[in-house]
Design a binder for this molecule. Structure first.
Ligand code: BTN
Length: 239
C-alpha cells in the first residue's frame, strides 16, 4: 500500500481524477490534512476542520465487478468503515445509513463518495473518498446532525492509527467482496440503520411511514409495505 500525504489539497477525490489511473498502483491512498473544496454526495460541500479529521481517497481496481454491481463497492466501504467505528466505539450503536453514511446513534460520523470508471461491462478503477470525523468537536450549524470519535469518547485520538485501522479493514472487506460477496451483503444488512423499524421517509414532498427490508441487487432501498424500491435522491429519512 502506498500512502501519499499532502498538507493541503482542493479535494483528494479531485486530485485522484488528475492521475493516470492505469499507471497508479492499486490501493494508493491520497490523504490531505486540509481540503479547500471537499466534495460531498449529490454535489454538496464536504466540510471538515483542517488537521482534525481523516480526509482521503483510495484508488481501487475492482475489475472483477461488473458495472451493474457497482453498488457492491459502496457496500464494501461502508462495512469496512462501520467495523472500524465499532472497534473505536465498542459501546455505541454504529449503523450504516443507506447507502453509505456511517451513523453513531442518529448522528453522522463518516461520509463516503465513490466514482468508478467503467470499461465495457466491467469496472476499471474507482476513486473511493472517505471523510471520517475524528477530533473535530465543533461543527458549523448548517451540517445536519454531525458527530466525531472525540465527541463520542471525550478525548482526542491519533489520526495515523485510525487511518491504519481503516485501511486494514478496507483491505479485508475488499477481499471478502472478491471472494464472498454474499457474506459481505449479510454484514451490510445486519448493520443497516433503521432496518426492520417503522420509520418516516420523505418522497418528494410527501411523508410516509415504511419499514426498510433491505437493498435489491442494484443497491436500491426496499421499503415495505409493498416492497417498493427507491433510488438515491428519491427518498430521504426523516430523522
Ligand atoms: C458525503 O457527502 O457523505 C460524502 C463525503 C465524502 C468526503 C470525502 S473527504 C475525502 C474525499 N475527498 C472529497 O472531496 N470528498 C471525499
Amino acid at each position: 500500500m502506498n500512502i501519499r500525504y499532502f498538507d493541503t489539497l482542493e479535494s483528494t477525490n479531485n486530485y485522484c481524477k488528475l492521475l493516470d489511473l492505469n499507471t497508479v498502483e492499486e490501493f494508493t491512498v491520497i490523504c490531505a490534512g486540509k481540503q479547500t473544496a471537499g466534495i460531498g454526495q449529490q454535489g454538496n460541500v464536504w466540510n471538515s476542520e483542517p488537521y482534525k479529521n481523516l480526509t482521503f481517497s483510495i484508488i481501487l481496481k475492482p475489475t472483477f465487478l461488473s458495472t451493474a454491481d457497482q453498488y457492491q463497492l459502496t457496500m464494501m466501504l461502508a462495512v469496512a468503515v462501520a467495523k472500524t467505528t465499532m472497534e473505536l466505539l465498542p459501546h455505541h450503536p454504529v449503523k450504516i445509513k443507506w447507502p453509505n453514511d456511517i451513523y453513531v446513534s442518529d448522528r453522522k460520523i463518516c461520509g463516503i463518495l465513490t466514482t468508478a470508471t467503467v470499461n465495457h461491462q466491467h469496472i476499471d478503477s474507482a476513486i473511493c473518498g472517505i471523510g471520517f470525523n475524528v477530533n473535530q468537536t465543533v461543527f458549523p450549524a448548517w451540517i445536519p446532525n454531525p458527530t466525531s470519535i472525540a465527541l463520542q469518547t471525550g478525548q482526542e485520538h491519533d489520526l495515523g492509527l485510525i487511518l491504519q485501522l481503516l485501511l486494514k479493514n478496507i483491505e479485508n472487506e475488499y477481499l471478502l467482496l472478491r471472494n464472498n460477496p454474499d457474506v459481505l451483503k449479510e454484514q451490510y444488512l445486519k448493520s443497516m440503520y433503521r432496518r426492520g423499524v417503522p420509520s418516516q421517509f420523505k418522497l418528494n414532498e410527501d411523508i410516509f411511514i415504511g419499514t426498510i427490508e433491505g437493498v435489491d441487487r442494484f443497491g436500491h432501498l426496499i421499503i415495505n409495505p409493498g416492497k417498493r424500491s427507491f433510488d438515491l435522491k428519491e427518498v430521504q429519512f426523516v430523522i
